[in-house]
Design a protein around this ligand. Structure first.
Ligand SMILES: Nc1ncnc2c1ncn2[C@@H]1O[C@H](COP(=O)(O)OP(=O)(O)O)[C@@H](O)[C@H]1O
Ligand code: SF4
Ligand SMILES: [Mg+2]
Length: 414
């Protein structure tokens, strides 16, 4: 954020800085939280809270695509609505182009609304069935009081052709279109005001698999043409893997791993990332016998009302030890460009080598992890341990014990 003061100056002026240079930080999120209060009784006293988003720190750079993945209920949509300021955060900070937008009111947010747009998951419910396509796509102009050059109708027709639809269809109604076409209409609406950043919340989850790739490709092409910055939310890695530059993996309101795409695929470090990756249906040729390595996660995501202590993944992790139940692992950049929150990461030196006794729940979870995964995990840990031992390390005692948890991991005791 070397230029943040500079940008602040620009942003505070009459016009907003239109163009953050590619690679410059466009959006910065610090300690972001959203707790939905749970109220009970006549007095509607608050008796608890859904900790939907519970402390996120990340940046989105201009021109990049940040993929955000995680199981249903982990807080992805809430995160999307927080960074587009459709929701008010409970705590934390959201900065856009160096300007703090965390608590801006409706009026002050107005110019920002042009720059940040959202595409919603369900193309059926997100378009008003009583409005024509022309009305839907031109709504942002009305809201912002903007008249595009050449008039509204011409601009709507141009946008329709940009997203691959027939410009003559502006008078038709949403029900006359297929799911894929409706999502294209949603994209056209999002592009109307020439935004800088588009947050797409599961943009293809509701579409047939055969249509999904077309819409993803459209988003990709539009990014190239318009220099857009994307945050693309998905519940598995198959959608974001091809389009993301970096990927954030969320679990129960937190980011557990954040890395550039290639690092994440080559060597995932969080056990949860590894599990998600093994669930991707399209086998990656680089990952041999992808099918047989499937990791089945035990049970559902725990409730965000009372998340597990320590590492929130410890109730489902096959590597969990005592420390995982008591101490929350911080999100640390363990490798360049790869941040992970885990005491016993994959493909890296153990962060808590003294703690080697697996929890009972971990032993049970290990039964759901393919032998290949456990073997691979043990092998990479041994390799990393050897590497660490070979280089004069700052923590020489860490290496010999580093493989211990994996040695125990293959679930022999059935
Ligand atoms: N308006 C709300 N009020 C109360 N709880 C909510 C609200 N919106 C979302 N939640 C809860 O927050 C958690 C995260 O939801 P969400 O962000 O939609 O997750 P995801 O998009 O990853 O499926 C869920 O437990 C959900 O039930
Ligand atoms: S090893 Fe521990 S810290 Fe790492 S993911 Fe599993 S439970 Fe969490
Ligand atoms: Mg969602």
């Amino acid at each position: 954020m070397a230029n943040s003061a500079q940008r602040e100056g620009v942003a505070a002026g009459a016009t907003l800085n239109r163009d953050a240079a590619p690679g410059e930080t466009l959006l910065k999120v610090t300690g972001l939280q959203k707790h939905f209060p749970i109220r009970k009784g006549l007095l509607q006293r608050q008796v608890g809270a859904v900790r939907a988003v519970d402390g996120l720190d990340f940046e989105v750079k201009s021109g990049e695509t940040l993929g955000v993945v995680g199981e249903s209920g982990c807080g992805k949509s809430t995160m999307g609505r927080l960074i587009t300021r459709l929701l008010e955060p409970t705590a934390g900070k959201v900065e856009f182009e160096g300007k703090d937008i965390t608590h801006l009111g409706v009026g002050a947010m107005r110019p920002m609304r042009r720059d940040v747009q959202m595409i919603f998951q369900d193309p059926y419910s997100s378009l008003n069935p009583r409005h024509t396509i022309g009305t839907i796509i031109s709504a942002p102009f009305k809201l912002q009081g903007v008249t595009p050059e050449g008039g509204v109708k011409k601009e709507v027709q141009r946008l329709l052709s940009v997203v691959g639809l027939n410009p003559e269809h502006y008078n038709r109604y949403p029900h006359e279109f297929s799911g894929g076409q409706r999502q294209r209409i949603g994209i056209a609406r999002a592009l109307a005001l020439n935004p800088k950043m588009v947050v797409a919340d599961e943009p293809v989850s509701a579409l047939d698999v055969s249509i999904q790739a077309q819409v993803v490709n459209l988003l990709d092409d539009l990014q190239q043409e318009l220099g857009l910055t994307y945050v693309i939310i998905a519940h598995d890695l198959s959608v974001v893997r091809h389009v993301s530059d970096r990927i954030a993996v969320m679990y129960l309101g937190k980011i557990v791993e954040l890395a550039d795409r290639d690092s994440l695929y080559k060597a995932p470090m969080h056990p949860y990332t590894k599990a998600l990756m093994s669930a991707v249906p399209i086998p990656d040729p680089r990952r041999k016998s992808a099918k047989s390595e499937r990791i089945l996660l035990q049970g559902d995501v725990p409730s965000p009302i009372a998340p597990p202590s320590g590492c929130r993944f410890h109730t489902r992790c096959w590597k969990a030890t005592q420390i995982c139940t008591t101490t929350e692992p911080p999100l640390l950049e363990l490798k360049p460009g790869q941040q992970v929150a885990c005491h016993h990461p994959e493909n890296f030196e153990d962060q808590a080598p003294q703690d080697t006794v697996l929890l009972t729940v971990a032993k049970q979870a290990a039964e759901l992890v393919a032998d290949e995964v456990l073997a691979e995990s043990a092998a990479t840990s041994a390799a990393v341990a050897a590497e660490v031992a070979a280089t004069p390390a700052e923590t020489p005692t860490a290496s010999p014990a580093a493989t211990a948890p994996e040695d125990e991991a293959p679930a022999k005791e059935k």
